[in-house]
Design a protein around this ligand. Structure first.
Ligand code: ARG
Length: 404
């Protein structure tokens, strides 16, 4: 019988390194590791050698950065998707693309199963497995971390040592970190105590706003149909634009978040994030929508933003509902073209200017000067009717009863 093939979603960290060896022994299988480059920088160095030394039969590393930005991040940005109002969801947006990569390779390789290194209490297992179930419905999925014998990192380290698995002897970080171009999630260590503010070493890229330069920076972002196409007047790829904004934003202390968050499995967790580019782009994009969208569309979109955020967070990127809601979002973005200028100053993001050929702002209507063209007398009739239900209610019930 030919050996079984297992495709492993591989990061090269302790869990997935131990997993490669453990799976090859337990199933006597050929292990094919798959890594997607979403801009996680240092983690990718020397990964091929590491995978092969750990016992992988085959190694894939695919640069998904531009696809990640244009096909995933831009959709979330257009949708205004911020989970529970603040988290731009770098991890949650990256997982479906990694699931797609793993599913595609597993199908092409004729693999018997796929394996991932998510634990049983996180959101990533949900995003990964629902993604695989949708894209490769007959593929068997295994999650060794949910069932294997190791009860702690120390036990995994011991196994790695015994089996000569190269695990980076990097200085012991108490944090669990997940990084991509759209942001960084930092968990564990002292952060598990929600009464403790994050120590400075928890932050990976951002300057403490207190130590940020006294001179502010200004950035201008040009959007076309809801998508950022220029930074400071220069056209660039999505990857370049996000990377550059991350650098500028991080230097000025932009994009630190400290959240208590409701996980899919019902646990509340404390999450620290750094997402400078995401913070800047969401703010700029919403600002442009405020200028361009009519009142009802803007309000409806706020509800849809929240729904889209929940779907992405809950691992339902490849769902019919997500597709339908995105059709609504795309329709709203038809005129979201224009430029926003922001000032970055010691962790603050200050709007300087917004302009668009599709702006619905009318100075003539808004002004309190002699130029005013608004018909004030029309409001009299409007208010007689607009307030009528409440006036009627009070007349019938008696004013006091209504108020108490
Ligand atoms: N709580 C965040 C989310 O679910 C971040 C998860 C970070 N993942 C990780 N493997 N460290 O999107």
């Amino acid at each position: 019988m030919p050996k079984q093939k297992i495709v492993v979603a591989y990061s090269g960290g302790l869990d997935t390194s131990v997993m490669v060896k453990w799976l090859s022994e337990k199933y006597d299988a050929d292990i094919i590791t798959v890594t997607g480059d979403l801009g996680q920088k240092a983690e990718l160095e020397g990964l091929r050698e590491k995978a092969m030394q750990t016992g992988a039969a085959k190694f894939y590393q695919v640069d998904l950065r531009e696809e990640f930005i244009t096909e995933y991040v831009w959709k979330a940005l257009k949708a205004g998707a911020l989970y529970e109002g603040t988290y731009p969801m770098a991890t949650a947006i990256g997982r479906p693309l990694l699931a797609k990569l793993v599913a595609d390779i597993a199908l092409a390789e004729g693999a018997d199963m796929v394996a991932h290194g998510c634990t049983g209490k996180g959101n990533d297992q949900v995003r990964f497995e629902v993604g695989i179930q949708t894209l490769a419905p007959h593929m068997k999925i295994i999650a060794p971390l949910r069932t294997w014998e190791f009860k702690s990192r120390e036990e995994e380290m011991e196994y790695a040592f015994e089996h000569k698995i190269p695990v980076k002897a990097k200085k012991d970080s108490p944090y669990s970190i997940d990084e991509n171009l759209w942001g960084i999630a930092i968990e564990c260590g002292i952060l598990e105590d929600p009464t403790m503010s994050p120590p400075e070493d928890a932050y990976q890229i951002t300057t403490n706003p207190k130590d940020a330069p006294d001179e502010s920076a200004f950035v201008s972002i040009t959007f076309e149909k809801g998508i950022p196409v220029k930074l400071n007047g220069v056209s660039m790829t999505g990857t370049e634009l996000v990377s550059e904004l991350n650098n500028t934003g991080a230097a000025h202390g932009i994009g630190r978040l400290d959240n208590i968050e409701n996980r899919v499995v019902g646990i509340k967790s404390r999450e620290v994030y750094e997402a400078p580019a995401a913070t800047i782009l969401h703010k700029a994009h919403t600002e442009l929508e405020k200028l361009i969208l009519d009142k009802d569309t803007f309000r409806a979109k706020q509800d849809i933003s929240n729904k889209v955020a929940n779907l992405i967070y809950d691992g339902l990127w490849f769902s019919p509902l997500f597709k339908s809601l995105m059709a609504f979002v795309d329709a709203t973005q038809e005129n979201i073209t224009g430029e926003v200028i922001l000032e970055l100053y010691k962790g603050n993001l200050i709007i300087q200017s917004r302009e668009s050929a599709y702006s619905l702002y009318s100075k003539e209507l808004a002004t309190y000067t002699i130029e005013d063209s608004f018909d004030h007398s029309a409001s009299e009739g409007f208010l007689k009717i607009y307030g009528l239900p409440y006036k009627t209610m009070s007349i019938i019930a008696g004013r006091k009863e209504v108020l108490v």
